[in-house]
Write a protein that binds this ligand. Structure first.
Ligand code: 4AD
Length: 398
């Protein structure tokens, strides 16, 4: 018998227990839900140190047969089969343990943010315009007008800096019409966003990010120790500050100095191996992305001394990007000219621009992929394992 606390051995003794109970358990399908009343006795024989000798067993619901996916079987099904029957899959203690880690990490993040004066925000997920580029927008028919699912809370978290909230965070789904079928892309993912006002340059953002991340992982490790979670020992001791590797150095190391193109998955892996060996830390920042990469986004602040570089950074863990962030452009005229050079119409961003028109502090922040973080920390092979009901190019069920 199994519940969230683990397994309990139910024992029927021949000649002692009611023969009707034998008959009942012999024909009851596995995974049925039962209510057992009886006597608990100390026992060396069971893992839990006790056995339950029943006087009465009520069947609350009978499970159907055959099970499409074994719950206690040792043989493991492939990921697709598991995800097709996710409710049964999630009954496995080792799968549930992933979501205990996720819960503990998010609780750790919330505590770390609250300790530092951040307000938790919930921003709209149905928008008139996208913020992260047109290619991955999901269109929605909004009562006959076009609208889009939010790719990130980017514009709204910045607007709340304009509202004087000064430090905000959000943990919510973000949507990307991501056609690529990879082990680290979903079409709906958990995004942990923060935005901070009155920064004195992008270093303030990186410092707060590494502090918050270290505090969250530390708190998760402590919390999980009390839950006997098998993954707890995998959470690393986080050593800060993380190394800061300029984009240009990583390029030079890849043998393509000055190319100014985005790092692909293989590049990221290669940089990861080099960076971890060089600096001895699984976490490292890649900083100062040029405007020729994806970080050319209109809200990214350009460097005054060299406008072909931004103050944008990624945070990677052993070759996988888990965060991107930076300082934002807070001057209205530059935001408008960035929008125009990105081919976007400032008129569609009026609500966003108004936040800049009446006083906007210098600010910056980041977006962290929660599913990716759980995947890399636990060494899972696929980001889908870190999400309860993952969505991807081919999966909309269950
Ligand atoms: O790099 P991204 O697109 O940055 C933003 O959304 C910015 N608004 C963040 C900011 O504040 N500047 O996404 C941020 C993180 C990525 O590093 C990655 O971990 C995760 O979100 N992510 C995805 N995770 C799973 N599937 C996808 N399709 C993802 N796209 C981004």
């Amino acid at each position: 018998m199994r519940d969230r606390s683990g397994g309990t051995q139910v024992t029927l003794k021949k000649g002692v227990a009611d023969p009707a109970l034998f008959a009942l358990l012999a024909e009851l399908p596995r995974e049925s839900v039962i209510d057992v009343t009886g006597t608990v006795r100390k026992s060396e024989k069971s893992n839990r140190g006790v056995e339950l000798f029943p006087d009465r067993i009520d069947v609350l619901t009978r499970a159907g047969v055959p099970l499409p996916l074994g719950v206690v079987d040792k043989v493991s099904a492939d990921l697709d089969t598991r995800l097709n029957h996710r409710v049964l899959d999630l009954r496995k203690p080792e799968v549930r343990a992933i979501f205990e880690v996720r819960t503990a990490l998010l609780a750790g993040f919330r505590d770390a943010f609250l300790d530092r004066g951040f307000l938790e925000i919930e921003t709209p997920k149905i928008l008139r315009a996208g913020a992260e580029g047109g290619a991955t927008l999901f269109a929605v028919d909004y009562f006959g007008s076009p609208a889009y699912l939010a790719q990130s809370p980017q514009l709204y978290k910045q607007m709340l800096i304009g509202a004087g909230f000064e430090r905000v965070f959000e943990i919510a789904p973000a949507f990307r019409a991501e056609p690529s079928d990879t082990v680290r892309h979903l079409t709906e993912f958990g995004s942990l966003d923060a935005e901070i006002g009155y920064i004195d340059g992008v270093e303030d953002v990186r410092r707060i990010l590494e502090e918050v991340l270290a505090a969250a992982i530390d708190s998760a490790r402590r919390r999980l120790a009390g839950w006997a979670n098998p993954f707890a020992p995998r959470l690393p001791e986080v050593r800060t500050p993380f190394p800061r590797i300029p984009f240009a150095s990583a390029e030079r190391w890849l043998g393509r100095a000055g190319a100014g193109i985005d790092f692909g998955t293989e590049d990221e892996k290669a940089i990861g191996e080099w960076a971890v060996k060089e600096h001895g830390n699984p976490f490292y920042y890649l900083i100062d992305f040029p405007t020729s990469t994806k970080e050319r986004t209109f809200y990214a602040q350009r460097q005054d001394a060299d406008p072909s570089r931004t103050w944008y950074f990624d945070l990677d863990y052993r070759g996988t990007e888990i965060v991107s962030g930076g300082s934002r452009e807070h001057r209205l005229d530059r935001v408008i000219s960035n929008l125009k050079s990105a081919g976007l119409d400032p008129a569609s961003f009026e609500g966003y621009l108004e936040a800049f028109r009446f006083g906007m502090p210098p600010h910056g922040g980041w977006g962290l992929g929660v599913d990716r973080l759980v995947m890399v920390l636990l060494g899972l092979g696929n980001v889908r394992e870190a999400r309860l009901f993952p969505r991807d190019r081919y999966r909309l069920d269950p």
